[in-house]
Design a protein around this ligand. Structure first.
Ligand code: BT5
Length: 266
């Protein structure tokens, strides 16, 4: 079933988190395709309790509700299509070709982080059946449009690893243009989640944008870590890492960090 398009756009001057808001709306029965956009988040969420920073009115902060019957092992594709649509939008509006650092970061050609996506599935809402008919997934993305402007803007821990469209292209970029382009690009990508052929197409798209493949990575999981050469992404969007000649598939939801090898950092 194709999505309805993204016409129900709820705008907030300030909110704690657009992801939190849409998860709650999903619990109240909000339909597929609702979008929440905020000028400012007081408690923007990163993955695993981390924070997402953006001063008021600078960046694009949005979440999309996707109701889909994706098999559990393919749910990562729901966040992948949002990251891919964001990459399309950045390319269209700013003329910059970002890569995707697996699982969900948009990175500039210099490797610094331009955007991060966070998918949260409300499985409690999915009912008691083992393979739910339709699971609400909220995919949030924060795109650094006009912040940071320079390194002094960045809090400790983010300095050196984050960038913005402003920094990359050397002038301010209109957030509303990035939003419109993203939602336009997302329509067909989101519809692709509904068919096996479409999912294959999106997984291929992720593979071709993924700048992690071909690099040596340190994969940090909850209780272990290992290093190896990222060699591929799977049809489900997971990362395949060659560890001393043995291939390990890394599932997006299990990962704490994928980073270049070296000592663990905070
Ligand atoms: C992410 O987490 O990259 C997912 C970020 C998702 C944010 C969106 S905004 C709209 C929606 N509503 C929400 O509440 N969240 C979503 P993660 O991979 O865990 O990265 C978080 C880490 O990136 C932090 O611990 C910082 O080190 C760093 N960071 C924080 N803000 C950043 C920024 N603006 N740009 C680059 N890095 C940042």
């Amino acid at each position: 079933m194709p999505g309805p398009g993204f016409t129900d756009i709820r705008r907030f001057t300030t909110i704690d988190s657009t992801n939190r808001y849409l998860l709650e709306e999903a619990r109240r029965g909000a339909p597929d395709g609702v979008v929440a956009v905020a000028d400012h988040q007081s408690a923007g969420r990163g993955r695993l309790g981390r924070r997402w920073e953006a001063p008021e009115g600078t960046n694009l902060l949005l979440s999309v509700l996707v109701r889909t019957a994706l098999p559990a092992e393919q749910r990562h594709l729901a966040s992948a299509v949002v990251a891919l649509a964001a990459a399309d939008a950045v390319e269209e509006v700013a003329g910059l070709k970002p890569g995707i650092k697996w699982p969900n970061d948009l990175v500039a050609p210099d490797g610094r982080k331009l955007a991060g996506a966070l998918a949260e599935a409300d499985l409690a809402d999915a009912g008691p059946v083992p393979i739910p008919l339709s699971v609400p997934i909220v995919v949030g993305i924060g795109i650094n449009v006009n912040w940071p402007r320079d390194e002094e803007d960045l809090p400790q821990g983010v300095a050196g690893s984050a960038t913005s469209l402003y920094q990359q292209v050397g002038h301010p970029v209109e957030r509303s243009e990035v939003l419109s382009a993203l939602l336009r690009a997302l329509g067909p990508r989101r519809d692709d989640l509904e068919t096996p052929a479409g999912r294959t197409r999106q997984a291929e798209s992720l593979r071709s944008r993924c700048t992690t493949v071909g690099t040596v990575v340190r994969v940090e999981l909850a209780r272990s870590h290992f290093e190896g050469l990222a060699v591929d992404t799977t049809g489900e969007g997971h990362l395949v890492v060659d560890v001393d000649g043995r291939r390990r598939t890394v599932v997006a939801g299990d990962v704490i960090h994928v980073r270049p090898p070296g000592p663990a950092q905070a």
